[in-house]
Design a protein around this ligand. Structure first.
Ligand code: ADP
Length: 193
């Protein structure tokens, strides 16, 4: 995937990553933050759900993984987002990507190729009891109790290791995600200052 970010080398490309368990509220916060700064909000989950809705080849394939609460294979994800990032020249909030160490490595190499870097990785920390109640009340197709259990396990096994991966690079900002929408958003703005 060498050079997959090649066209996003605009002058002030701020790159922010949102990390956190399913149901932590990444989607709403990432959208709010990108609206606030007029950056792009790039949610791989939303992109995939759109493909599923339109019954594209990619959507049909991805859905086999999503409905079980498994991750869509890295290659598919990297390929999907590289197409979108072409010509991206404003700030960007990545929501749901990277989600595995391999995705993070791929992103890092591509950024190194063009001398760009990730500015911040925002880790939205939410209590487990809250996560489960949020997920069960959301009503999305993959919010079925059995699928939720697998998504949380997948998060623990494959995504959580990204916290120490980015901690080593000094990029992690831990945000308390348990408060009200307003509270959490203010905490986010503080770390972005
Ligand atoms: P949540 O974080 O609430 O589980 P998302 O909308 O981020 O929801 O993701 C929904 C599903 O889409 C995931 O369970 C997974 O199957 C798939 N998905 C999203 N982003 C990725 C990614 N970067 N890599 C692999 N699969 C992904």
């Amino acid at each position: 995937m060498k050079g997959f970010w090649i066209n996003i080398c605009g002058v002030n490309v701020v790159i922010v990553i949102f990390l956190g368990p399913p149901g932590a509220g990444k989607g709403t916060k990432a959208k709010k933050l990108s609206d606030y700064f007029e950056w792009r909000h790039l949610s791989t989950g939303d992109l995939l759900r759109n493909e599923v809705k339109n019954e594209t080849e990619l959507g049909l394939l991805a859905n086999e993984f999503m409905k079980k609460g498994d991750l869509v294979p890295d290659k598919i994800i990297i390929n999907m987002i590289s197409n979108i990032l072409v010509n991206q020249n404003a700030g960007i909030v990545l929501d749901g990507f990277p989600r595995t160490i391999d995705q993070a490595r791929s992103l890092r190499h591509s950024l190194e190729d063009i001398s760009k870097k990730i500015d911040k990785v925002l880790f939205l920390d939410v209590e487990e009891s809250k996560i489960i109640s949020r997920l069960t009340n959301r009503g999305r197709k993959d919010d079925d109790p059995k699928v939720i259990v697998n998504r949380l396990k997948t998060y623990g096994d494959l995504t959580q290791p990204l916290i120490s991966f980015y901690e080593k690079e000094g990029l992690i900002e831990k945000i308390d995600g348990n408060g009200t929408e307003e509270n959490v958003f203010n905490n986010l703005l503080k770390v972005m200052a």
